[in-house]
Design a binder for this molecule. Structure first.
Ligand SMILES: [Zn+2]
Length: 333
């Protein structure tokens, strides 16, 4: 009996420290939960971003994972961001779906990647049991897993606003293409989207962070297969522009992109090359395409109070594109 109690206590202790702390601050918005992430001792921060990955290691997912491990070690990354479409083809079937371990735990094995993975949901995740993918039970299987619909990650030098973009997209609601989507706790769509936008706008307005990131699954600007997302341009982009957001990071298109806006300082970063790629589609849009790679890979961000350095890598770890931004300056290539 004593042994069981000790185990239970040890487990409770582990959970308490494995999960980022919910900060109850007066600045917390009504709906968006806020979490805190430590920065390095010198005040800097680094992370990787990858999307569209969960395919049991196939389609070069393992190759990308291996290179993420090497880059993660070199930079000493503090966390990883997943831009969604975490588990193909149809999300998870439940909390006991082995796909979770086969596509996540058993693939991203490098020591440097044993950090929290802050994740949003993609449209493929919505085809499965969304509540399972959001369930804290998965953290008992792999304590790195941190997936919520929309939330705020607060660090000393940056704030990250994670946004659940799938419910914005009309085609998933009116023409599902033979797929069913798990809209539990989302429908009706109008209420969900308008409430989310209101909460995001309020949280961004209250933010005093030097750097502001917004992360979603769907692109605002992209030049590959899926391209721009009109619903996000109409509803989300004005809020980002009005509140001085520096970077929008997404997946969905299975490629790597850096696009500069003609209308604002926002830099659009697409990191959706976690596994299956090479769609062979290039459709320029009205913004300036700084970089486009139609293949597998990932990106890193190295952040200080005044500098942000972005690097994109292919599945072999080659540096494909990098740029830096300094506060109050335009990007320098
Ligand atoms: Zn997608």
């Amino acid at each position: 009996m004593a042994n069981i109690n000790m185990k239970a206590m040890a487990y409770a202790f582990m959970l308490a420290f494995a999960i980022p702390t919910l900060i109850l601050s007066p600045r917390t918005s009504a709906e968006l939960k806020r979490f805190q992430q430590e920065v390095k001792g010198d005040g800097s921060l680094s992370f990787l971003a990858v999307g569209d990955w969960g395919r049991r290691g196939y389609f070069n997912q393992s190759l990308v994972a291996s290179q993420m491990g090497k880059t993660g070690k070199r930079l000493g990354v503090d966390f990883v961001i997943s831009t969604g479409d975490n588990f193909y083809d149809n999300g998870l079937t439940g909390v006991d779906d082995k796909l979770f371990e086969e596509s996540f735990t058993n693939v991203y094995t490098a020591k440097s990647l044993q950090k929290t993975w802050y994740s949003v949901l993609g449209n493929h995740d919505y085809r499965g049991d969304v509540l399972a993918q959001l369930s804290p039970v998965l953290r008992q299987v792999d304590s790195r897993w941190f997936c919520m619909r929309s939330f705020i990650l607060d660090t000393e030098i940056a704030e990250f606003f994670f946004v659940d973009t799938t419910p914005f997209v009309n085609e998933y609601w009116v023409n599902d293409g033979g797929h069913s989507y798990d809209w539990r706790q989302v429908a009706p769509r109008e209420n969900y989207v308008s409430s989310l936008l209101k909460d995001l706008d309020m949280a961004l307005k209250q933010s005093t962070a030097t750097w502001k990131f917004v992360i979603g699954h769907h692109a605002i600007r992209s030049v590959s297969e899926h391209g721009d997302t009109p619903e996000l341009i109409e509803h989300l982009l004005p809020i980002l522009e009005a509140n001085g957001v520096d970077f929008y990071i997404n997946g969905h298109d299975h490629c790597l992109e850096h696009i500069s806006s003609n209308d604002s300082p926002i830099q659009y970063l697409v990191s959706g090359g976690g596994s299956k790629a090479w769609r062979g589609v290039y459709k320029p849009n009205k913004d300036k395409v700084q970089f486009f790679y139609d293949g597998q890979g990932f990106m890193s961000m190295e952040l200080t109070k005044i500098d942000a350095k972005v690097t994109f890598y292919d599945a072999f770890g080659n540096n494909l594109h990098e740029f830096s931004m300094t506060k109050d300056m335009h990007p320098t290539l």
